[in-house]
Design a protein around this ligand. Sequence first.
Ligand code: FAD
Length: 382
Amino acid sequence: MTENEEITIVGAGLTGGLLACYLARRGYRVRVYERRPDPRKGTVERGRSINLALSERGLDALRRIGLEKQVMADALPMRGRMIHPVQGELDFQPYSLAGDRAINSISRGALNNALLDAAEAWPGVRIDFEHRLVALDPETGDLGFDTPDGPVQATAGVILGTDGAGSAVRGQLLAHDVLTERLDFLDYGYKELTIPPSNGDFALAPDALHIWPRGTSMMIALPNPDRSFTCTLFWPNSGTNSFASLGSPAAIERHFRTHYPDVLPLAPDLVDDYLHNPVGMLGTVRCAPWQYGGRVGLLGDAAHAIVPFYGQGANCAFEDVVELDRCLDETGDTWDLALPLLDAQRRENAEAIAQMALANFVEMRDKVASPVFQFGKRVEHV
Ligand code: FAD
């Protein structure tokens, strides 16, 4: 493969957008297929991960392609955790005791749009929205898409799947028996709720990641540039103490008054949000190999989705892109060497963060409330 040949990317989310920029910079023509309509022209889906914590790993990837300043212009630095007990004083636990280090609350939509704009600014990049991958032959590179105008066929030399945790590219490799996968779902789901601005200002301290640790459940809140907070409630999916256990507005109010008493007066639409926002699934994706024949590769959540409790899924996906760039350097853009090398270089790290993310759930929902953990020494987690 020579550099000005075309690379196909499936999925124009965070990983796909960044990857298109990196490959275009190497001189490739890049064709991106995305199942959704162009997010820059429409509205955001209700209750689906409005913001995320970006830390040094993700910022490094943006910095290398000249996007850090633009993305950070709207970032809200969070310098520590603010623990909300059921009763009593708030407890601020700085992420770093040395220096002024922070993780950053970033709008997912704004980040995605910035990446799409940056990708399309390269002359060789074309993004086809409303193209859902439904077929892929890993031997021939033949692809099939569903579009509003009917089926579309294409053939590609190199295909990179950045189509998220439920990856269709991964599904096609599985169907062709060239990959194995393991999906571990938690019995927990998540629901997003909103704390709007109060008298035009943030209703809670804006420079912290807020945590309500409640043992079997937990809520977190990250600040947004419009001075609202997006809360994410993590709770079991079934049982007497679960999302399923609150069926009526009165029960929802009662639950929040008992367990999250300081949130209820700050969230006038809480009952409406609770009733109408979906419960998202949480799980870990493991699969092997992450490539087939040097022709089809998987990056980001498509290869290794993790639970969100370390705030590192997107950060880790961005690192994949940097590492692929390095592998292409090392192999002189020889894809059938670069893709296996990426798998070899990244697998151990991806597995480590998958395990740490699961372990951090226990810490966040439970142990942060304990005095033993009052001085958080780590800087790269939520
Ligand atoms: P996605 O963002 O899922 O993008 C995949 C893209 O592919 C989408 O645009 C989708 O429409 C498209 N697509 C899917 N199927 C097809 C198809 N068949 N054909 C064409 N296109 C397709 N990470 C952090 O770093 N920090 C955080 O604080 C953080 N918080 C999180 C909170 C929650 C509640 C959740 C669920 C996740 C969080 N994450 C966080 C993880 C982060 O969201 C993911 O790691 C990141 O979105 C992965 O990006 P991706 O591009 O690989 O996948």
